[in-house]
Design a protein around this ligand. Structure first.
Ligand code: UT7
Length: 345
């Protein structure tokens, strides 16, 4: 059977650091450093400068992943771009990234697929890429998770419960066809009854036209439509139970055990969510990696950012069994089991 494995990772975060104190002092939000740190684990996040779109942030991450894999961009036969903050409403960000990588100019036109599954986006993208490779539709895939949240956060006291959590970032992995399974399994789930519990209704195709117009024909968007809305405590409760079950189920389907996992790479929405998941599953602290304190929740970029950091720091080494897991808006969730083997053959 044809399998898929990750052979390179890369990341790129904006230079600009925004601390919890900056949210209060620079943006004038009625919040305090200790509240954010103790309730979420976030100490600081990165914000991209005005003019930087999601594909711009992704391009250096993609180049670093290609370099780590020893590939040229022209080797790619598929680009999968996971984001909830695409450059534009349409088209997706994948085509912008493809052009930034210079592929059409070099006479290469690989297909570009955008995945819109929010915090679970990277795992949904991993399932797409793995399935395409296993099915013979692709052999060398660039899988990207990238977000520019800072452009769409309500950075006022009204939006503090959402704004305090999120940051910008991008990361990518290169996946190639292999004889042995790097990606052992990916398990996905969703519960659409909670679709509006974490959503941004900035446009609504139920309205005619989709954005309310004023007398002069200009679009006007009231704050409750403009900004993301989140029922934080509900999301928190579901995240703990869905992530717990997704990790147990992916191991059960694989016929392996959580004890066989060397490294748990969990989505970074709130440090307390992961602490609770780890406690319920008796996962030792030294098998978890975190970056929420430095980057906040970078949504689809979170898991590949963690993978890149772990791979480059030596925390993740050949032969390790890795479990990935995420939960977010939709509600959607996913988990995956990997055998880490990036060595060039
Ligand atoms: O990745 C996508 C998935 N998202 C998540 O997984 C997020 C899950 N939920 C959470 O992480 C938490 O629910 C939050 C961190 C969002 C909120 O924490 P909480 O402990 O659930 O607080 P809460 O929403 O129940 O609010 C408690 C209080 C409220 O004040 P009152 O009404 O009790 O006076 C909030 O207004 O905390 C207040 N609050 C803040 N205070 C200072 C909310 N945000 C802030 C803030 N600074 N940034």
């Amino acid at each position: 059977m044809r399998h898929a494995r990750i052979v390179g990772t890369g990341a790129n975060v904006p230079d600009r650091v925004v601390t919890n104190d900056d949210l209060a002092v620079v943006y004038g939000i009625d919040t305090d450093e200790a509240w954010i740190r103790t309730r979420t684990g976030v100490r600081e996040r990165r914000f991209a400068d005005e003019g930087v779109r999601t594909s711009d942030l992704a391009a250096p991450a993609a180049r670093r992943a290609l370099e780590a894999a020893g590939w040229q961009a022209s080797d790619l036969d598929l680009v999968v771009f996971c984001t909830l903050s695409p450059d534009k409403a349409f088209p997706g960000s994948g085509v912008y990234l493809q052009a930034l990588l210079g592929l059409p100019d070099a006479g290469c036109f690989p297909p570009c697929l955008d995945v819109r599954n929010q915090c679970s986006g990277f795992l949904y993208g991993l399932a797409c890429a793995t399935g395409m490779i296993r099915g013979g539709l692709a052999s060398r895939v660039l899988l990207v998770g990238a977000e520019v949240h800072s452009a769409a956060l309500d950075l006022t006291t009204r939006g503090r419960s959402v704004a305090a959590l999120f940051g910008d970032g991008a990361a990518a992995v290169c996946l190639e066809a292999s004889e042995a399974p790097g990606v052992r399994d990916v398990l996905l789930g969703a519960d659409g009854r909670h679709a509006d519990s974490l959503a941004q209704g900035v446009w609504d195709m139920g309205r005619r036209p989709f954005v309310t117009l004023d007398a002069e024909g200009r679009g006007t968007i009231p704050p409750e439509q403009l900004w993301a809305h989140m029922d934080g405590p509900l999301v928190f409760r579901h995240a703990v139970s869905r992530m717990r079950d997704a990790l147990v189920d992916v191991c059960a389907r694989d016929g392996s055990s959580l004890q066989d996992v060397d490294l748990f790479v969990l989505h970074q929405a709130n440090r307390r969510i992961n602490t609770q998941v780890a406690r319920l599953l008796e996962i030792p602290e030294d098998r978890l990696v975190h970056n929420i304190e430095r980057f906040g929740n970078t949504t689809a970029a979170t898991i590949p950012l963690l993978l890149d950091e772990a791979a480059r720091s030596g925390r993740l080494v050949e032969g390790m069994r890795v479990a990935l897991c995420a939960f977010g808006s939709g509600f959607t969730w996913g988990s995956a089991l990997l055998d880490w083997s990036t060595a060039r053959r």
